[in-house]
Design a protein around this ligand. Structure first.
Ligand SMILES: Nc1ncnc2c1ncn2[C@@H]1O[C@H](COP(=O)(O)OP(=O)(O)O)[C@@H](O)[C@H]1O
Ligand SMILES: [Mg+2]
Length: 434
């Protein structure tokens, strides 16, 4: 909920037909027709035992098996207090006995602590159409009058996250290196981990490097064929098959692992990955695509379709040329999308002649999202132990950098290029020399 007064829903609601369209929304009567709810996080703040109980029961329903539901006591004020120091989930449900200005005021407080993409369901005591319209125009996704039934809540969640009219749930972030070995895969795994653990929002990490993928090693998983099966059965991939192929790595992180074997060669059609990405996007808030360093019809297709592209490079001449070519080509191919984001990695390898960071950046007309120093002990230990960097050393500045990148890519922090100048690579290098 970005701003109570100007939410995207507000625009649709200004006309008189502001009631939900019965033809498009799921109505509470037909619970049997409700599809399983995707991997969304829902937190409820209830004032009465009756509403709490309904949420607890809803959480147990088979259709909610993939969703994460937490029920708290206390209404909007408890939610405001809670989220002052915690990231907001996909959906917050709040129960309130207030109405009119008092309710609007409380909700404004909630809006201030809410991330932009978080949806809000209000459960109130008053059956008042004017108030309903007012709340919807202020960005509340739905207003239900207590007492509520399980079916009411499921219908709201379905209308927000399952119905095609509400758009896809998930965003895809594609990672590719400017040159093999730049660290693109390692960074993509750590960002998937950071998003899923910090924001407790579900992430699917798709390892698309069929021959040499390392996500299974870095996340300490047994070798499986998730990604391969998803691509080779593309015509029948749906949410049920996808669920079977996902390997759970942490509470909110699942992996589509690459086979990482050379039993066959891997040549794909341009659209080979479209279906699996589409299905994954309908089921989870974030899909991280770890692409091999290749320029083929299918890698280009995945890069074109992604919501965000992250390039990883280290500062030598080949990386500079490739980064420049990739940036120019991606801007040409995706003129209406955000520019690719750049991470400079492995900066400061001892004795290796490097292009100075500012000289590297000069021809690119792009400030990096992060500059990560060469830290062989840290990365080597993490890789050998099948750990993420933050598991190996949570307090290391690189762990903080990954958190910042996760914030930027999820829109929880604004990427302000001029601020990145504050990033002092010399400080990091100095630290290394100690
Ligand atoms: N900042 C860094 N410092 C030291 N080693 C790194 C750093 N980033 C990545 N590495 C290591 O570099 C190697 C190549 O990384 P990888 O992620 O496989 O690259 P890519 O996917 O771009 O080919 C891995 O062994 C990884 O642990
Ligand atoms: Mg890689």
């Amino acid at each position: 909920m970005s701003n109570l007064a100007y939410d995207q829903n507000g625009k649709e609601i200004q006309s008189d037909d502001s009631q939900p369209d019965e033809n498009q929304t799921v109505t509470p009567e037909n619970l049997e027709d409700i599809r399983p709810i995707p991997r969304v996080t829902i937190q409820a703040f209830c004032e009465t035992e009756a509403v709490s109980q309904v949420f607890e029961m809803t959480a147990q329903d088979r259709r909610m098996a993939k969703a994460h539901v937490k029920v708290h006591t206390g209404g909007i004020s408890a939610a405001v207090e809670f989220y002052a120091n915690a990231p907001t989930p996909n959906l917050i449900a709040v129960e309130t006995s207030k109405s009119g200005d008092a309710l609007v005021e409380e909700l404004s407080g909630l809006a201030e602590v809410c991330d932009a993409e978080t949806k809000v369901l209000v459960i109130g005591a008053f059956n008042d159409i004017v108030m309903y319209r007012d709340l919807i125009s202020r960005g509340v996704s739905e207003y239900l009058v207590a007492p509520v039934k399980m079916a009411d809540i499921m219908a709201v969640v379905t209308n927000i996250y399952v119905n095609p009219e509400s758009g896809v749930l998930g965003r895809t972030i594609a990672f590719i290196g400017a040159k093999g070995g730049s660290g693109s895969s390692t960074i993509s795994h750590n960002i998937a981990w950071a998003i899923s653990s910090t924001y407790q929002t579900d992430v699917v990490l798709a390892d698309m490097d069929f021959a040499f993928g390392t996500a299974n090693i870095n996340l300490d998983q047994d070798p499986t064929q998730g990604m391969a099966e998803a691509v080779y059965s593309a015509d029948r991939v749906d949410d049920i098959l996808l669920d079977r192929l996902l390997e759970k790595c942490a509470e909110h992180l699942s992996l589509l692992a690459a086979p990482s074997t050379l039993d066959r060669t891997y040549d794909f059609d341009q659209k080979a990955f479209n279906q699996v990405i589409e299905v994954a996007q309908r089921g989870v808030p974030y899909v991280i695509a770890d692409l091999p360093q290749q320029w083929t019809s299918w890698t280009k297709e995945v890069l074109c379709a992604a919501d965000e592209v992250v390039l990883t490079a280290y500062p030598d001449l080949t990386n500079l040329r490739n980064t420049k070519n990739l940036i120019d080509k991606l801007i040409e191919l995706r003129p209406n999308d955000p520019k690719p984001k750049l991470i400079l990695n492995q900066v400061g390898v001892p004795k290796r002649p490097e292009i100075n960071v500012s000289d590297f950046l000069a021809p690119l007309d792009l400030e990096p999202m992060a500059v990560i120093p060469f830290e062989p002990a840290l990365f080597g230990t993490a890789a050998n132990n099948g750990q993420m960097i933050s598991e190996a050393d949570a307090k290391h500045p690189v762990s903080e950098t990954f958190d910042t990148i996760a914030q930027i890519l999820t829109g929880k922090a604004e990427f302000k290029p001029e601020k990145s100048k504050m990033f002092d690579i010399r400080a990091l290098l100095k630290r290394k020399k100690k």
